[in-house]
Design a protein around this ligand. Structure first.
Ligand code: MG
Length: 169
């Protein structure tokens, strides 16, 4: 089931939850990139986007709620990883940007893949071997990423959240 949410407080975490979260427009945003930016900047949107991402400082979306979520993850013995469609050539930059946003994370928590579904399956399979997982969550701001995940993760019970931040102009 896919649930559309506006903020992190709508994400239900129980003991031993494994959360997989997108990065851009799910937890961080760039001031210059607005809702219809991609449409308005075609056909060279990706090139332009890369320039902005490499130069500008990202903003953590709904900081207070996000830190509450992180706290909740800790208290429930849960785990969070990030999965982004960014190129893995941006891995150092991506890691630094999340650190700049005040997150204390490890590089190994960030996965790079597009499309995401097959990679998510691999991550889950490995995680299940490693520890007891009671609940699996995938959060992304793009429906196509969620649909791709559903295709690959059909043998697993996953809670999907489509996040549409209200303050993401
Ligand atoms: Mg995104």
């Amino acid at each position: 089931m896919i649930q559309t949410i506006e903020n992190y407080d709508e994400i239900k975490i129980s003991e031993n939850t494994f959360l997989m979260m997108d990065i851009d427009d799910t937890i961080i945003k760039f001031e210059k990139i607005y809702k219809n930016w991609w449409k308005d900047n075609e056909p060279n949107a990706l090139e332009k986007w890369l320039k902005i991402v490499q130069k500008d400082t990202p903003i953590l979306l709904d900081k207070i709620e996000f830190f509450k979520l992180l706290n909740n993850i800790k208290e429930t013995n849960s785990e969070l990883i990030f999965i982004t469609a960014r190129y893995n050539t941006l891995c150092e930059l991506t890691y630094q940007q999340l650190i700049q946003c005040g997150l204390s994370i490890k590089k190994e928590q960030i996965y790079y893949s597009y499309p995401k579904g097959e990679k998510l399956l691999e991550i889950i399979k490995n995680k299940i071997k490693e520890k007891d997982i009671q609940n699996i969550i995938f959060i992304d701001d793009h429906l196509n990423n969620i649909e791709d995940a559903q295709k690959y993760l059909k043998d697993y019970s996953v809670n999907y959240y489509l996040i549409k931040h209200i303050n993401l102009k």
